[in-house]
Design a protein. Structure first.
Ligand code: C2E
Ligand code: CA
Ligand code: CA
Ligand code: CA
Length: 282
């Protein structure tokens, strides 16, 4: 399923000339996507390890363009960031994710959380805290059910500026995760100062588990460090039972990845969560 899903995406890095020529076209097409309803969200479940239960989902953006086909977020989000369109798109993602969560809550999933990826442009914009507060209020989502995911490199590159913004979100009651942890330049001093609640260990460190000696040394170290700072530690990209067991044995709090489920559309994901049992085969 993974390979098939990937193959349908257009990869610009396959051909750099194509990338240059199509960048302008894609940027133009992106401008219209919100009006034309070409964006949608998929949701990937996240599971706590003890007790084993589905705790929430991460919302992930998908763009199906009539002209360009399905384009991967890693290909179009940088373009949306350059053009500033990420502000509008990001606000749409936030609102849509909260609307879906609210529908699920009406189906009885009232403690489920939703995590939304936030780009640096959104974070540094003056009124993003206000936008988030308004969306939560409009839709009626308790703030502690929303988590914002920020990449490590973004937080570290703008540590002084972002710390104040993050404080405002914590005051609102929203959770804050450092995404792709371990891949950027991380300063432990900054990490200590940032008011975050969660660390997401990047898939790159999970891939080699349980046999790769480096990954097997690094992941428990991140778990221990996160716990000593009072943070929740989530591993992403967990694809096998052996990886899950390794992480469970080292006290990792939660996992996310194909071993539990790939990202699903909202209806499928609701059904998945409602039918999920701790002992179900994978
Ligand atoms: P991310 O935040 O690190 O998201 C995890 C990515 O890993 C997702 O790719 C997900 O589909 C994929 N994944 C999850 N589990 C597995 C697994 O077990 N194996 C493998 N091979 N892959 C797995 P996706 O959906 O293509 O998203 C790529 C990136 O695009 C995200 O990385 C995130 O940085 C960005 N992104 C996605 N949606 C948004 C959004 O709404 N706003 C912003 N600013 N960025 C977004
Ligand atoms: Ca993420
Ligand atoms: Ca991530
Ligand atoms: Ca990642």
């Amino acid at each position: 399923a993974k390979a098939a899903g990937r193959r349908t995406f257009m990869r610009y890095d396959d051909n750099m000339d194509l990338a240059v020529r199509q960048r302008a076209t894609v940027s133009g097409a992106l401008r219209k996507v919100l009006d034309r309803g070409e964006l949608r969200l998929v949701f990937q479940p996240r599971m706590s390890l003890s007790p084993a239960r589905i705790t929430g989902v991460e919302a992930l953006l998908r763009w199906s363009s009539p002209e360009h086909g399905d384009i991967a977020p890693s290909d179009f989000i940088p373009i949306a960031e350059e053009s500033g369109l990420i502000l509008e798109i990001g606000e749409w993602v936030l609102r849509e994710a909260c609307l879906v969560l609210q529908r699920w809550r009406q189906h009885g999933l009232d403690e489920m959380t939703v995590s939304v990826n936030v780009s640096v442009l959104q974070l540094l914009r003056g009124d993003f805290t206000g936008v988030v507060a308004r969306v939560l209020e409009d839709i009626g989502i308790p703030p502690h059910l929303l988590e914002l995911e920020l990449t490590e490199s973004v937080l570290m590159a703008n540590a002084e500026q972002t710390a104040a913004r993050l404080q405002a979100f914590r005051a609102l009651g929203v959770s804050l995760a450092i995404d792709d942890f371990g891949t950027g330049y991380s300063s432990l001093a900054y990490l200590k100062r940032l008011p975050i609640t969660t660390i997401k260990i990047d898939k790159a460190f999970v891939d080699g588990l349980p046999h790769d000696a480096e990954d097997a040394a690094i992941t428990p170290t991140i778990v221990a460090m996160g716990h000593s700072l009072g943070l929740r530690v989530v591993a992403e990209g967990v694809e096998t039972e052996a990886q899950m067991r390794f992480l469970a044995d080292r006290g990792c709090d939660e996992i996310q990845g194909f071993w539990i489920s790939p990202p699903l559309d909202a209806l499928q994901c609701l059904a998945f969560i409602r039918n999920w049992r701790p002992d179900a085969p994978h």
